[in-house]
Write a protein that binds this ligand. Structure first.
Ligand code: ATP
Ligand code: ZN
Length: 210
């Protein structure tokens, strides 16, 4: 039996379940439960918060998982990545108040930037030789400038409409993300064989979609 961790409820949940179903794997769908077992494939699904998924897979609590590359790389767990899945595409971007003059990244020198992704942001700023004060907050990052908490933000963007409705404009793309399949690095031969079967089906689904 292979155990997969997916997001319990959020932007990855629906597409993660859809992919599993498209692989012909059936299970009783109950969003109230913490885990469910497939009725026709040796797979158990564990429903977790997305941030916890890389850690649980690294520790072997789950064997594999589906998570955003943004979270995976932020947590320094990119070595677990097996396969990009092509959904939940988004980007991590820097944004400033719409009325600000902004010409390039050096404008952020010495500024206060709010984000939930301090490591990805720090790496981006370091590469460009910019020193800024990074304030790590866990949610509602986009309101930080309007309440005077920060001069800029670094947050997940897909269409950009959340930025616009908060009076912000996107000025730098820090990281491009999509959902990725991750796996524990010490799977038993039995589990590895189940994962290979699953990957074979995932590839068939992906081919059919192209
Ligand atoms: P949890 O309660 O599980 O911690 P969360 O609020 O941290 O959830 P979500 O907002 O559901 O997370 O986002 C999960 C992942 O989906 C993100 O890490 C990112 O990879 C992706 N994502 C986030 N926003 C979007 C978006 N607007 N469009 C597409 N994908 C997104
Ligand atoms: Zn989360």
């Amino acid at each position: 039996m292979l155990r997969i961790a997916i997001q319990k409820s959020g932007r990855l949940s629906e597409e993660s379940l859809k992919l599993i179903k498209e692989c012909g794997i059936s299970f009783i769908n109950s969003s109230l439960k913490l885990k469910t077992e497939s009725t026709n494939f040796p797979l158990e699904i564990l429903y977790l918060r997305d941030d916890d998924i890389p850690g649980y897979v690294a520790d072997g609590v789950a064997d594999i998982g589906i998570v955003g590359e943004n979270v995976l790389v932020e947590e320094g767990m990119q070595q677990l990545a097996v396969e990009s899945l092509g959904f939940s595409k988004c980007r991590l971007s820097l944004a400033v108040p719409k009325a600000d003059d902004y010409s390039d990244i050096s404008d952020l020198q010495g500024k206060n930037i709010a984000t939930s992704y301090p490591n990805l942001l720090q790496a981006y700023l370091d590469e460009r030789g910019v020193q800024a004060h990074i304030h790590t907050i866990s949610g509602s990052v986009e309101i930080a400038p309007s309440i005077g908490l920060a001069d800029a933000i670094c947050d997940i963007v897909s269409s950009g409409s959340t930025l616009i409705s908060n009076g912000l404009k996107e000025v730098e793309r820090v990281f491009k993300s999509q959902a990725v399949l991750i796996a524990n690095q010490n799977l038993s031969m039995e589990k590895r064989a189940i994962l290979d079967k699953l990957l074979f089906r995932i590839h068939a689904v992906q081919r059919a979609q192209r």
